[in-house]
Ligand binder design. Structure first.
Ligand code: DGL
Length: 460
C-alpha cells in the first residue's frame, strides 16, 4: 500500500515536472518577465503576524483576541474582505449561491440559498484602495501589511463607531473563515494569511478568488469538452504583475492532466475606478472607452506574439469587472468584426464564442464546500436580512499625527504611497460600520442596480 502511494507520488512528481516544463513553453516567458511573485514572509509580514497576538485583550491596533477560537466556532460569521466596495460582487455571489443541496451537500441546486443560515462580516479597505497600484510604486511590503490587517480586523472584535470616536469598540464578532474577495489581495496576501493563521494556531480557513477562478476553468472545459485555446486574464496591474493567475492556471490544469493553454494578461489601470464613478478618472474617458482601449491592447499584444490560438475564455480577474461583463464581451465581439485596411485583422485571434469565468462565483462555491467539509456550517435556521451581513469600511482618521488629506477627505497620494511598514501605533485609517451616506451616489447606484442581494440587506 505504502509502496503504491510512493509510486503514485513519484508519478505525480513526474507529471508536475512535465507540466511545468511544457507550461513554460506555452506561456511565453517574456510576457510575464518581471512578475513580482511574493516571496515567503518578509520581515514586516512576520512583525505584523507577531504584533497581532501581542496584546491578549485585542484592544490595541492591529491585534486580536484569541480566546473565542478555543470554543466551537461554527456559529460565528464568515469574513469577506476586499480593497473596497468592489468585493461586494463577491458578497453578491455568495448571497445568491444555490449550487448545492443544503442537507446532503451534493452539488445540485435545491431552491435554498447555500448560505441561508450563515452570517457575514464584510470589510472594504476603501481608504487604502486601489490595492492594484501599490506594486508598481514599490510598496508591496506595505500592501502585504494592509492585507494582513484586514484579516486581523476580521478575526478580532475591535472597530470604531466612527472616524472621530474617542475609544475603539470591542463587540464585533470574530469570524470562523475568511474569503478574500479581492484578486490583488489574493495574489499578494493569501499565503501570508495562511502563514499567519498557522502561527496564531486558530481554527480558521481562508479561500481566495484566484485559485477558485483557475479551478473554474476545469468546470468550463469539462462542459464544453473543447481543448482550451487562449485564456485572457483581465485584472489590475498588480494582479498581472504578480503572475498569480498564470501560475494558478498552470498548476490547476496541469494537475488535472489537462492541456496547458496560452495565457495572456492585461492590467487595466483605470477601469475599476471608472466603474465606481470616480469623477477624476471619468474626466479622461468613459467606462466603454477604457474597455475598448485595454481590450484592444491585449489582443494587439497577442497578435504580435505570433501565437494565433484564439482567445476563447476570459477570466474577470478584478472584483469590478463582472459589473461590466456584457460590455467587455461586446468589445471582444466587435474587434472580431473590425476591419483595418479592408482586412479582418483580429477575427482569427478571438473565438466566435467566448466563455467567461467569474472567480467570485467559484470562490463562493469553494467557500461552501470548505465550510461543509470542515464541519463549520452554522447550526441555526435562516437569518433575517437585518442580521445577515455587517458591513465595515475603512476611513481616514483625521486626528492621526502627520496625516495628509485631500480636499474631499481622502488620503493624499504621496502620503498614501509614502507610508512605512511596522508602524503598529499609527492608525491613520479606521474600520467603521459602512453607512449609505459614506458612499458616492455612483457607488450606491451600482449597488442598487447590479447587486440586488447586497442592496436588500445594506439598505435595510
Ligand atoms: N479589488 C481589486 C481587485 O480585485 C480591484 C480594485 C483595487 O485595485 O483595489 O483586484
Amino acid at each position: 500500500m505504502k509502496q503504491m502511494r510512493n509510486r503514485g507520488m513519484g508519478l505525480q512528481k513526474l507529471l508536475l515536472i512535465a507540466v511545468f516544463f511544457f507550461a513554460d513553453i506555452s506561456i511565453s516567458e517574456n510576457r510575464f518577465a518581471g512578475a513580482q511573485e511574493p516571496d515567503g514572509p518578509t520581515a514586516s509580514v512576520l512583525a505584523t503576524i507577531r504584533n497581532a497576538v501581542s496584546d491578549s485583550s485585542g484592544s490595541k491596533p492591529f491585534t486580536f483576541h484569541k480566546a473565542p477560537f478555543t470554543q466551537n466556532t461554527r456559529d460565528l460569521p464568515i469574513g469577506v474582505f476586499d480593497s473596497g466596495i468592489g468585493g461586494l460582487t463577491v458578497m453578491e455571489a455568495i448571497l445568491g449561491l444555490d449550487s448545492h443541496n443544503n442537507k446532503t451537500f451534493q452539488p445540485k441546486p435545491d431552491g435554498v440559498p447555500d448560505f441561508e443560515s450563515e452570517q457575514f462580516i464584510y470589510l472594504g479597505d476603501q481608504a487604502n484602495m486601489p490595492y492594484g497600484n501599490y506594486a508598481s510604486v514599490g510598496k508591496l511590503d506595505f500592501l502585504r501589511e494592509l492585507i494582513l490587517r484586514d484579516a486581523i480586523f476580521l478575526l478580532g472584535k475591535r472597530y470604531w463607531k466612527d472616524s472621530s470616536a474617542q475609544q475603539p469598540s470591542l463587540d464585533k464578532p470574530p469570524v470562523k473563515a475568511i474569503a478574500i474577495g479581492c484578486n490583488t489581495a489574493t495574489a499578494y496576501g493569501l499565503e501570508d494569511i495562511k502563514t499567519a493563521i498557522k502561527h496564531w494556531n486558530v481554527p480558521v480557513f481562508v479561500v481566495g478568488v484566484v485559485d477558485a477562478g483557475a479551478r473554474g476553468l476545469l468546470e468550463l472545459s469539462a462542459e464544453s469538452s473543447k481543448p482550451q485555446a487562449t485564456i485572457a486574464v483581465l485584472a489590475t496591474v498588480g494582479t498581472c504583475n504578480s503572475g498569480a493567475y498564470p501560475r494558478a492556471i498552470r498548476s490547476t490544469l496541469g494537475l488535472a492532466g489537462r492541456q496547458i493553454p496560452t495565457v495572456v494578461q492585461k492590467g487595466f489601470v483605470e477601469l475599476a475606478a471608472a466603474i465606481e464613478g470616480d469623477t477624476q478618472v471619468l474626466s479622461k474617458g468613459s467606462v466603454r472607452e477604457f474597455i475598448e482601449r485595454d481590450v484592444l491592447d491585449l489582443v494587439e499584444e497577442h497578435r504580435k506574439s505570433g501565437d494565433l490560438r484564439p482567445i476563447s475564455t476570459v477570466i474577470l480577474g478584478c472584483t469590478h469587472f463582472p459589473l461590466v461583463e456584457s460590455q467587455i464581451i461586446a468589445v471582444f465581439k466587435s474587434l472580431r468584426e473590425k476591419e483595418v485596411d479592408g482586412q479582418l485583422v483580429y477575427s482569427k485571434l478571438i473565438a466566435e464564442k467566448i466563455e467567461v469565468v467569474n472567480p467570485a462565483q467559484l470562490a463562493a462555491k469553494e467557500l461552501f464546500r470548505t465550510l461543509a467539509s470542515s464541519n463549520l456550517r452554522r447550526t441555526h435556521d435562516a437569518v433575517q436580512h437585518s442580521k445577515k451581513v455587517q458591513f465595515f469600511i475603512s476611513v481616514p482618521n483625521p486626528s492621526s499625527p502627520n496625516i495628509q488629506l485631500t480636499a474631499d477627505g481622502s488620503l493624499e497620494h504621496d502620503y498614501k504611497y509614502g507610508r512605512a511598514t511596522q508602524q503598529f501605533d499609527v492608525e491613520d485609517t479606521r474600520f467603521v460600520p459602512m453607512k449609505q451616506e459614506m458612499l458616492p451616489v455612483s457607488s450606491l447606484n451600482m449597488l442598487k442596480t447590479s447587486l440586488p442581494n447586497v442592496w436588500r440587506i445594506f439598505s435595510n
